[in-house]
Design a protein around this ligand. Sequence first.
Ligand code: SAH
Length: 503
Amino acid sequence: MRYILCVIGKVYLVGAGPGDPGLLTLRARECLERADVVLHDRLIPREALDFAPAQAERIDRGRRGAAGALTQEDIHRLMVARARDGKTVVRLKGGDPFVFGRGGEEAEALAAAGVPFEIVPGVTSAVAAPAFAGIPLTHRDLASAVTIVSGHDAEDGPRVPWAHLALPDTTLVLLMSLHALGENLRKLVEAGVDPLTPAAVIASGATTRQQVVVGTVADLAARVRDAGITPPALTIVGRVVSLRATLAWAERRPLHGRRVMVTRAAAQAGALAKLLRDRGAEAVLLPALETGPPESFAALDAALHALATYDWVLFTSANGVRAFFERLAHKGLDARALAGSRIGAVGPATAEALARERLRVDAPAASYRAEGLFEALRPLGVAGKRFLLPRAEKAREVLEDALRAAGATVDVVTAYRTSPAAPDGAAAARLREGTIDVVAFASASAVESFAAMGLAPGRARVAAIGPLTREACERAGLEVAIEPARATIPALVDAIETYFATP
Ligand code: SAH
């Protein structure tokens, strides 16, 4: 007897939350990390997609297919086909997959095809948006039930039971309700809801673009029209809406409503973007640089095998640390290869990258530039010593020049290369439209790439992390409005905050 072995993959129907990458679940992240295929809706945060392996196939439901977008049937077919190819498929959906996202139908299609699946719940916008708007869904004194309703009648499905929604002490959350808002609210009044009941529309809830319009059932539609609200948005009706007057918190964050363009390489943008978001700003990513391996590893490899001959290894960037240790591991070596050398670092981010390798810095730079590191090394005796500088292909030569002038032997090896990235069209368009408040630069090379892409800040103010970056801005004709006293990412965010706090 012969058996045909058929390895079938699995589909994870995963909720991605309402849009803030921080509201993705740990389980969602695990699924993304092992995905071969990510089939996602629009409005999924880019950071979520970044958890998938670089080589995973990414399919944007809004951009693929003959008519531009994939139909519901296309999605069913694709999921089944990829799973039958043995792939791990993540079907990533906004909010929760089983709250008005047609996740039920997708699971039915998988069940019918005999494809194994798992449902990973997400934070639904019906819960997240009110939380970010400071509107509790229930409250001891004001509401003892919540109803989540579609504001949009399906063509061939059950009708929305409008006549039965006027329940006492109940909060109503209407999804897909912006388009027919006036009509929806009128139906509620016809059903017996008091027109003076507080009501609100929350657009892009739980994201840094959140907009909230508060009114009553009678006047909310007109207010929303005047405010020019755009989707996604939901409507919340009930006495709990009155609590927003006291509980609104998202708008009180210091950088609320500010849009800051982050020009760091994609791999490094995360920390800056996160600090900005924590303070309420929208971080618009436009990576100006890409880091990659050097054209040849020959010089770095030779240095790695001769590490015992160096008195000092000096790191000038976190990227350099990462590239150095990746290559060291690749060569079958580990930190013991550095046992005989002392270690220097320019700046706290570089020292932190070393700390992640469990290495302490012997000569921390007094200031965050090469000159500072030289000043720290000089009293320790430089003449006659051997120094290794693993770093970017193009870099300032101040440190090596100063060391050589002081009698040291210096080997500079290329550990990585930065090159200008292809500009992100959507982010660049936002600059042209004038909807960016600040363009933040964390390195001179990011400024140079930004200018080389033909981009200009327009009405946005320019923030530079430190003097070298400021000088690069000046050379590119960009006037720097914001510069922290210390050249660190947290200090840069503080400086942006101070700038906007000062009237
Ligand atoms: N499964 C999703 C809902 C999909 S239906 C969830 O659980 O959130 C799409 C509707 O969700 C939109 O019409 C809008 O009413 C609502 N929505 C999605 N994201 C939103 C957000 N960030 N803020 C407010 N409403 C949102």
